[in-house]
Design a protein around this ligand. Structure first.
Ligand SMILES: C[S@@+](CC[C@H](N)C(=O)[O-])C[C@H]1O[C@@H](n2cnc3c(N)ncnc32)[C@H](O)[C@@H]1O
Length: 390
């Protein structure tokens, strides 16, 4: 969508078309909707309206009910921060005492919206004029104040703002590895920005060694999935490493101050309970903090499973009761599962080279029972644990 097409969508005529497209799309198939809309508007306008309708549906996963009032492009929606995470971040901005913030590369405004909703006076810049127009329209659609303009973040004077935020774009898209050369604006610019009170969103794969001294690294998960890491610098840094877990019951945070370290928790026998730490905890290197929290130990110094003789409910780990130790060798394991009538099996694995789907096929399961199997390593042995979530 080009800038003119987007601007037209904001006119009375464009808004009427968008409203009609939304209404029709909810109850009719695509071809009929297109034919109907083309009776009153040119094809390019119809395409622009229908794209927004479709993107608003897709955006619900990130923006919830707000999505129906916002505008997107496919790529900018993909890159936008989900509101649960952006709202948490904005809460930290507020707790830090910031009144003003600048978003250096604001896209369609995922973070800008959350900060403005939290009551900060916000400014945003982006190189892309369409995204700037969308961010501006998004703030207006929600009745939020904020100024957005086209500018290069690397040349903007941000000193006057209490806080600077950046969410650099990744040239190569999402990936597991973290490449310093992938960022725009560049990693060098990010390092420079981190000399002031700032927050920079980065990929969760950022190696700990790359986090500059005195900068806090926070890994955030939502619904059990790690979404991002954020680097907090200057006076916004409150610890070295933090795992923030957003779940149905709200938000919880674990930091390196909760971590007594590996020597204090030790490694030991699998007890009555097994805990699978949240991905944010693992990325933050705080598995031993979870072990301490459940009065437990590691089952292996290098594996992110925790065991304990006590049952705890923790937002930082999923807990399982260890029902039985089964044979690790495939033939005997298959027989053991058959004997127990297990026909549906969730396979979890850590520290062992197993392809769960292929293994499940080979196990030729049969029976009415359902179970969870954990395949892992204890010392130099493989272990197969039948577990039940509690
Ligand atoms: C990952 S997106 C930001 C998404 C945003 N935080 C949100 O939640 O919607 C990164 C943005 O940075 C912008 N960008 C990249 N380099 C820039 C630069 N040098 N100056 C300004 N904006 C830049 C891109 O156009 C892109 O919109």
């Amino acid at each position: 969508m080009d800038l003119d097409a987007f601007r037209w969508l904001l006119t009375d005529e464009g808004q009427a078309l968008l409203a009609r497209a939304t209404e029709l799309a909810a109850s009719d198939d695509e071809l009929h909707v297109q034919a109907e809309l083309r009776r009153t508007a040119p094809p390019a306008a119809v395409a622009a309206a229908l794209t927004q309708v479709e993107l608003r549906v897709r955006a619900r996963a990130k923006f919830g009910d707000l999505a129906a009032r916002l505008y997107f492009t496919p790529d900018a929606l993909e890159q936008a921060t989900r509101q649960s995470v952006a709202t948490h971040r904005a809460g930290r901005f507020q707790a830090f005492g910031a009144h003003t913030m600048i978003d250096l590369g604001c896209g369609i405004g995922g973070d800008l919206i959350a900060a403005s909703r939290a009551g900060l006076v916000c400014a945003g810049v982006d190189l892309d004029p369409v995204r700037v127009a969308i961010a501006e329209a998004n703030l207006a659609a929600l009745g939020l104040p904020g100024a957005v303009q086209v500018a290069d973040a690397t040349t903007v004077h941000h000193e006057g703002f209490d806080l600077a935020f950046a969410d650099p774009a990744r040239r190569t898209g999402a990936g597991r590895s973290f490449k310093v050369d992938d960022w725009t604006p560049s990693w060098t610019w990010v390092e420079e920005l981190l000399r002031r009170d700032a927050c920079v969103k980065v990929a969760p794969g950022i190696p700990h060694a790359l986090v500059p001294p005195s900068v806090e690294a926070e890994w955030v998960s939502d619904g059990g999935e790690v979404k991002e890491a954020a680097l907090w610098s200057g006076r916004t840094a409150t610890t070295d490493r933090r795992a923030t877990v957003i779940g149905p019951g709200g938000l919880a945070s674990l930091t390196d101050e909760d971590d007594p370290g590996p020597d204090a928790v030790g490694v030991g026998e699998v007890g009555d309970f097994l805990y699978e730490p949240d991905g944010a905890v693992i990325r933050a290197g705080l598995v031993t903090a979870v072990a301490a929290g459940v009065e437990g130990r590691l089952i292996d110094a290098k594996i992110a499973y925790v065991t304990s003789d006590r049952a705890f409910h923790s937002p930082f780990a999923r807990g399982y009761r260890v029902v039985e130790h089964l044979p690790y060798r495939e033939k005997q394991l298959k027989a053991a599962l058959r004997e127990r009538g297990i026909g549906r099996l969730t396979i979890k694995k850590r520290g062992v080279d197993v392809a769960p789907d292929a293994l499940r096929k080979r196990l030729a399961l049969a029976g009415d029972e359902e179970a969870t199997l954990v395949l892992t390593r204890v010392g130099d042995h493989g272990a197969a644990l039948l577990v039940a979530p509690f």
